[in-house]
Design a protein around this ligand. Structure first.
Ligand code: CA
Ligand code: CA
Ligand code: CA
Length: 446
């Protein structure tokens, strides 16, 4: 135990020791710290208090100053309002943070910032007046685990910049779980750098950058990763993105491979809640480097995901120079459902993508397929498609409440019937399946 740690704990002798959550599997062998501690933060708390359940702090900044790897900070329900950043704007194009998480946990002993079970802490940045770019959460630390937090309202208070950001990440090996990030003037969650970050069971919606210098709506994606080389292992799993003014998921300018799986994107590219066009409007924008060939291009993977009613493409290669893997996805009513527009080393347009077991239904199904590797997709097989092949083709209800563990709701929407022509028409791509072979699309039925 370090002396600094001892001093911190000595000041908090009444803090509750957290035994059930303190020892993740496998941590005992590597742990050299004292028993993990639980701290508490609440609206109306006091940063001069003890940080206990009975006497909670007021701010996450106070909690970070004390928390050590392995500790858990619980946030009680209610709204945490921010009116100014933790530093001043040095210019109108500078960047400031409402919250800076720059203290890391460690492998097997993350620092946890969790909603108190059954409660909903809301971080509301809509009252901030800083006259420059704002990050709601600026996560530069690593081995952190944020869970159950709602993050809303980051503003652009001038029109000199491309965007502000709800959650901005440059650390590694962090987990963002059951995060609801919405109504920002910029992306909901943006991985600028770092590897091994997991975004799990999280939602990003209704983000709209009305004051962007390059056009209203051009930059507010739901989720994005735009990382440099050497940062593998970023994963978006079971996430949803809807009514974002630009794209649902965006991997432009990512130089390390990213995986998106079990995720849904719909109605992106509009002013939220309307059919008025805004930004690019792609469900899953899976790469690209500004339209140019780039020798540093990497392969991304998008699988078991659904895109529907996006203003532009459901799944879009965005001039990517190499073939990404697109396995077992469902596109419905996008423009088109799958657009594999890539670029070759001479700068010419060419199809790029490895597509297996995908399902495209209604509207224009595909474009720019010449040059791709595409087999066992619904359009290759000539599978007869009709609404009757699905339990439902409803495009509403996809934003239903998640299950208690945060996983996606189980809906009939775009899920094949048990006797659908889509059953067992796929080929083994290494994903689990039922029956004789994988089914087509994002949902394995039988
Ligand atoms: Ca855009
Ligand atoms: Ca975008
Ligand atoms: Ca099957």
């Amino acid at each position: 135990m370090s002396s600094a740690k001892y001093v911190g704990r000595a000041l908090l002798i009444s803090a509750v020791t957290l035994s059930p959550f303190a020892t993740p599997a496998g941590s005992a062998a590597v742990s050299n710290t004292a028993a993990a501690t639980a701290y508490y933060v609440a609206p109306g708390g006091n940063d001069s208090a003890a940080g206990t359940q009975a006497a909670p702090w007021a701010t996450i900044a106070r909690a970070q100053a004390v928390a050590q790897p392995g500790d858990t900070v619980y946030f009680r329900g209610g709204t945490y309002r921010y009116t100014r950043a933790n530093s001043g704007c040095t210019s109108q194009t500078a960047r400031v943070d409402a919250i800076t998480l720059n203290k890391s946990g460690s492998s097997g002993s993350p620092i946890r910032y969790w909603a108190y079970p059954g409660e909903k802490p809301v971080f509301d940045f809509s009252g901030m007046t800083d006259d420059c770019r704002i990050k709601g959460f600026d996560v530069t630390g690593s081995w952190l685990h944020l869970k159950g937090l709602e993050v809303t309202g980051v503003r652009q208070n001038n029109n000199l910049n491309h965007e502000s950001w709800g959650i901005w990440i440059s650390g590694s090996n962090n987990t963002f779980e059951q995060i609801d990030t919405h109504h920002h003037m910029g992306p909901g969650l943006f991985i600028q750098n770092g590897g091994g970050n997991l975004v799990l069971n999280s939602d990003a919606h209704d983000n709209y950058d009305t004051n962007s210098s390059n056009g209203a709506g051009e930059n507010a994606d739901g989720f994005g990763a735009h990382i440099s080389a050497g940062n593998p292992g970023n994963v978006f799993r079971s996430c949803r993105a809807w009514w974002n003014a630009d794209d649902g998921f965006d991997l432009i300018s990512a130089y390390s491979s990213v995986t998106i799986e079990n995720s849904w994107a719909w109605r992106n590219g509009y002013q939220p809640g309307t059919t008025t066009a805004a930004g690019n409007g792609t469900g899953f924008k899976t790469g690209g480097y500004g339209g140019d060939y780039d020798a540093g291009a990497v392969k991304h993977t998008v699988r078991t995901s659904v895109a529907f009613l996006n203003r532009a493409s459901g799944f879009y290669a965005n001039h990517h120079p190499v073939a990404n893997d697109y396995f077992n996805n469902t596109g419905y009513g996008n423009h088109p459902d799958f657009n594999m527009l890539g670029v070759d080393s001479g700068g010419a347009a060419v199809g790029r993508g490895n597509l297996r077991n995908n399902l495209a239904y209604t509207g224009t199904l595909t474009s720019n397929m010449t040059g791709t590797s595409a087999a066992n997709n619904s359009w290759n097989l000539g599978v007869a498609l009709s609404d009757a092949q699905f339990q439902s083709v409803s495009t509403s209800g996809w934003d239903a409440s998640r299950q208690s563990d945060g996983s996606l709701p189980v809906l009939p929407n775009l899920r094949p019937t048990a006797n659908s022509t889509l059953i067992d028409k796929g080929v083994n791509v290494g994903l689990p399946y039922k029956g004789q072979a994988p089914d087509l699309g994002a949902f394995e039925i039988s």
